[in-house]
Design a binder for this molecule. Structure first.
Ligand code: TMP
Length: 240
């Protein structure tokens, strides 16, 4: 597999073309951003940990029968993935109230609602990634109602699989963000990363935050927290 030109550079990743038109290389950078780019930093080795964690989570989801863009981890910083066209919707799953939901609705962070909440946000930095509903997503021409039905069903399966996995390593999956992409054949599959940058992960015993909130809220020990997630998942993977 030969790496070719840079196709896209985002806040935390680069995407390169390869000599196979159906495959791309995703490179995980060490940069961190928050609050729509207002806060930025370089956190040495974050990219390596996110690459490793994302690869483990994707392998787990593939084993659970979820169709994803992930093919294999190539090296410390890179993974090989299927080329997709990203649907510009952030699908956010919330098992426990935190972050913007707590702020927006005046709810206490840590409240466990009786239901699982799925939010959709339109991926548009210039608009501040606004919260949208199904009708907006269809009106924007991003998806059909039928596709949304499939996206919700798959998202709930992903939540069940990841919640159970994190449970086994003593971590509560509070919330997370995922994105979907369209393949050249028109199918919709899970894409983008799954890491402590895109999930809220709380230690079950201590309640300690082991995710990007350490950066957003200036809590320190970011790499230590990401390293702890990596170590626990790796230990579990090695049992199999
Ligand atoms: P929020 O509380 O900021 O809405 O975030 C909910 C979850 O989604 C949290 O785990 C962080 C993740 N997320 C991203 O990864 N990227 C984003 O752009 C947003 C808005 C949320």
């Amino acid at each position: 597999m030969k790496q070719l030109e840079l196709l896209y550079e985002g806040k935390a990743k680069q995407v390169y073309a390869t000599d196979d038109s159906e495959r791309i290389i995703v490179r995980f950078k060490d940069t961190a951003t928050a609050y729509n780019n207002l806060k930025k930093a370089v956190i040495a080795n974050k990219g390596l940990l996110n690459n490793d964690i994302s690869a483990m989570l994707y392998r787990h989801l593939e084993a659970a029968g979820i169709c994803t863009h992930f093919i294999e981890k190539l090296n410390e910083r890179d993974q090989l993935c299927r080329r997709v066209s990203i649907i510009p919707i952030e699908v956010i799953v919330r098992n426990i109230v935190a972050g913007t939901m707590a702020q927006r609705l005046g709810m206490e962070e840590g409240t466990r609602p009786s239901n699982t909440i799925i939010d959709l946000c339109y991926k548009r930095d210039d608009l501040g990634d606004p919260l949208i509903n199904d009708d907006h997503a269809v009106a924007l021409g991003l998806v059909t109602y039928g596709e949304l039905k499939g996206i919700y069903a798959t998202t709930r399966r992903i939540n069940e699989a990841l919640t159970a996995l994190f449970d086994r390593v003593g971590i509560t999956l509070v919330d997370f963000k995922i994105e979907y992409g369209r393949t050249s054949g028109g199918g919709i599959i899970l894409a983008d990363e799954l890491s402590p940058d895109t999930c809220r992960l709380w230690d079950k015993q201590t309640g300690e935050k082991l995710d990007k909130d350490r950066f957003r809220r200036d809590l320190g020990k970011i790499i230590e927290a990401y390293g702890e997630i990596d170590r626990r998942l790796k230990r579990l993977e090695e049992e199999f």
